[in-house]
Design a binder for this molecule. Structure first.
Ligand code: ADP
Ligand code: MG
Length: 471
């Protein structure tokens, strides 16, 4: 196996792992890792230091092993980890560094540091923008055309008409890509423009540590002097009062001087819980657009573009097969494509519809979940907790009914990806805020309540049969 193929295999593996662990963990542990040897069912993964080695061995070995086997469709005898700090340019998972990044001051950390992880997305430039997240690389179709048109308009007239611009939608649908494209566009037009991209979490952490270390002024200077402020996943600001206050002032300062603010979230402003009213009304006073899942035609177009980006040639028929299997999320769509490419290169095989289906069999199985209907969920919960359907949908707030009801809403959200208003409707015409509250509550409880986790596992098993066991 040559270097190129080992690199693609690792890329595909990382692509899958990325979907299952938090972004922070993924970046921390998999940055600067690569496959340094692969022979006779033995894989050697190089890691940058001993601590990473220990940690990966302990926490991620099983997942890595499983993912590699899945992708190769072949058993793997062993996976070894070796500390090996080769210089970045000779690494198999090399990053493509943008021209602009070369100008990055050496001692200035960038806002985002996850540059070395996924090759297919290119690097991250000095402004924290991923170099591939441009308008040119964004495929427009049903589901995102409004959000895209609005983003173009914002980039055309920053700080004036559409301020703030707020994009919301589900995971992996291109929100981050789109707001970073606005950043790129502004910089193309004026390289001296000050663009700052941060995730909401970074904003919060920055603020907290600035206050703690007595550098509040530096924080203000940093955030209030930019021409374009991009804040990603702003839903995480809920409940953080001090940060909301600072955000409010930052926003006002920028707004008054005609500087553009762009935000993303997984839900519209009015659905973000525990948000100060004045902050909410600020978010609502600009332009709001949503992104929803791409239709088949758009999915094929996205795959075709991604193929071109990485110089792979797959027929339209093959692309349709992939687009048919992965239906909801563009990130997963890319993951599936990587897997197909890596697998066929590895086996020196030309993809056929059958071989592609085989490679993506695991995904097909998880897509089988999609055939579960909301009625199935209601029935499963009512059976599991032994309560009648009328009680489940009824008005009583008794705890023994309210809890199964919340679990129903949670499952509808997590498994069927229902919108909050839909969930409200399904449960006897409840308000969407009730659904949201229930999902947030159960999400929190799942973390610390083992009994609840077991209940959910059992319910899911009922819903999907034994096939879903692995998950
Ligand atoms: P979100 O922020 O909504 O979770 P991302 O912006 O991170 O989603 O997108 C996930 C991946 O899918 C990225 O690699 C992105 O480039 C890609 N992507 C999403 N939508 C599109 C699109 N319309 N055209 C091309 N690539 C897309
Ligand atoms: Mg995002």
């Amino acid at each position: 196996m040559n270097e190129m193929t080992a690199s693609q295999l690792w890329q595909a593996t990382l692509g899958e792992l990325e979907l299952t662990i938090s972004k922070a963990n993924f970046t921390t542990w998999f940055k600067h890792t690569f496959i340094s040897a692969l022979e006779g069912g033995r894989v050697v993964v190089s890691v940058p230091n001993a601590f990473t080695k220990l940690y990966i061995e302990k926490k991620y070995h099983t997942a890595i092993m499983k993912t590699l086997q899945n992708i190769l469709n072949a058993p793997i005898r062993e996976v070894l980890y070796r500390v090996d700090a080769r210089p970045a340019e000779s690494q198999a998972t090399q990053i493509i560094i943008a021209d602009r990044a070369a100008a990055r001051p050496v001692d200035e950390p960038t806002a985002a540091t996850n540059d070395a992880v996924t090759t297919q997305n290119g690097g991250v430039d000095a402004f924290g923008l991923r170099t591939s997240y441009t308008f040119a690389n964004f495929i427009v179709g049903k589901g995102n055309e409004m959000a895209h048109a609005a983003a173009l308009a914002v980039a055309e007239h920053p700080g004036t008409k559409y301020n703030p611009y707020f994009i919301y939608g589900g995971v992996g649908l291109g929100k981050t890509h789109l707001i970073q494209a606005i950043g790129h566009r502004l910089l193309e037009r004026n390289p001296r423009c000050k663009v700052l991209y941060v995730t909401c979490e970074q904003f919060i952490n920055d603020f907290i540590s600035a206050v703690r270390s007595g550098h509040a002024k530096e924080f203000k200077d940093r955030y209030r002097t930019v021409d374009l402020l991009l804040i990603d996943d702003v839903q995480f600001i809920t409940g953080k009062e001090g940060t909301q206050e600072e955000f409010f002032h930052t926003f006002n300062a920028l707004h008054q001087t005609n500087k553009q603010v762009v935000l993303t979230s997984d839900r519209p402003p009015k659905a973000i819980g525990a948000l100060e009213e004045r902050v909410r009304s600020r978010l609502e006073c600009g332009l709001i657009a949503d992104i929803s899942s791409p239709d088949l035609e758009t999915r094929v177009a996205i795959l075709s573009a991604k193929c071109q980006e990485r110089g792979a040639t797959l027929s339209r028929e093959i692309l349709s097969v992939i687009a048919d299997i992965v239906q909801t999320n563009v990130r997963e769509l890319e993951g599936a494509l990587n897997r197909v490419i890596a697998n066929h290169e590895f086996h020196h095989q030309i993809p056929s519809p059958e071989s592609v289906r085989e490679v993506l069999a695991g995904i097909t199985q998880s897509q089988a979940k999609k055939s579960v209907t909301s009625k199935n969920v209601l029935q499963a919960v009512s059976g599991y907790f032994d309560i009648s359907m009328d009680d489940l949908l009824g008005k009583s707030r008794e705890k023994k009914l309210a809890f199964p009801r919340q679990i129903t809403m949670y499952l509808l959200r997590m498994e069927l990806k229902c919108s909050f208003p839909t969930i409200g409707n399904e449960l006897g015409g409840r308000d969407h805020t009730t659904a949201m509250h229930a999902c947030d509550k159960i999400t929190k409880e799942v973390e610390r309540d083992a009994k609840l986790r077991a209940d959910l596992e059992a319910l899911k098993e009922q819903l999907y049969g034994v096939a879903a066991k692995a998950w």
